[in-house]
Write a protein of this length. Structure first.
Length: 286
């Protein structure tokens, strides 16, 4: 192997010798317990001498992130409609179970659908992934999470005995405004992050605020896309005043906090000049 060979080139050489393990299945490390090397890293720039021992680990069958997101987000979109249209096999044929829903139920369906349609559009036209694939086995776990919660919260929101929010239109209108602002903010952050990889680079870069006011949250947090995402579900919880939605929001917040902390630590580790006042997900707090 030439000293100026990249890890990607080494993966391709390995694949040529062992066709079963295509590059996406390979984890190449300098140490068995160490971190996987990135494709763009060059052998002679790594902490090795004139000879080097690389360790290979099979990551198992892989699936593209774009495909993963399309499957994860299409499910909730259609599952919700099964409950919204009150199919006979869900709620039965009782007269009270076929009455017209409260206006907030229609609004909740529009907002829920808008959220996942936006995600699908971002998946196809906006997102640029640093890693092209994920283990195939994870798709089942992810779909159970997204699809299962979509069915659970849709069942209660669209139930004929559903009770609308306590404070009526004021509560609903406030929640809708908050929902739209958070959706716009989330989209703006995704576009800003995508622009960092516009030339196809997979190198990690520090994201900074742009002229778009929604990106100014970068002044205070490392992952404002998660901040806006949590805000979206908080507003949906306020709008529907439904316990399953609140539980889903809580789990979203916990998971996204974990992801935000990991990303924040990566920024701190890779950039010595990273803004010290930024927090992972909640300004000045967390």
């Amino acid at each position: 192997v030439e000293p100026n060979a990249t890890i990607r080139e080494i993966r391709l050489m390995f694949h040529k010798l062992y066709p079963r393990w295509y590059p996406a299945r390979q984890s190449i490390k300098l140490d068995p317990k160490g971190k996987s090397l990135r494709d763009e890293e060059i052998l002679q720039h790594l902490p090795v001498g004139t000879t080097a021992t690389l360790y290979f680990k099979d990551l198992g069958p892989q699936i593209g992130w774009t495909t993963v997101f399309l499957i994860e987000y299409t499910g909730p979109l259609f599952i919700y409609f099964v409950f919204y249209f009150r199919m006979d096999f869900v709620y039965g044929l009782d007269e009270r179970f076929t009455s017209s829903p409260h206006p907030v139920v229609n609004l909740a369906c529009i907002c829920h659908s808008f959220h996942y349609i936006k995600r699908l559009i971002e998946t196809v036209f906006v997102h640029r992934f640093s890693r092209g694939t994920m283990p195939l086995r994870n798709i089942v776990k992810n779909c159970l999470y997204y699809w299962g919660f979509a069915a659970w919260l849709a069942y209660y929101i669209n139930h004929p005995l559903y009770t609308p929010p306590s404070y009526g239109k004021k509560q609903i209108n406030f929640a809708v405004i908050m929902f739209l602002l958070c959706e716009a903010g989330n989209f703006s952050i995704h576009v800003a992050l995508s622009d960092l990889r516009r030339n196809g680079s997979k190198t990690c870069k520090i994201p900074y605020p742009t002229k778009n006011p929604f990106t100014w949250l970068f002044f205070f947090v490392s992952c404002p896309n998660y901040t806006y995402e949590v805000g979206t579900w908080i507003s949906f919880t306020i709008m529907t005043q439904c316990v399953p939605v609140g539980l889903f929001t809580l789990l979203c917040f916990i998971q996204m906090t974990v992801w935000a902390k990991d990303k924040h630590c990566t920024y701190l580790r890779e950039f010595k000049d990273y803004p010290s006042h930024r927090m992972p997900i909640i300004p000045f707090l967390l």
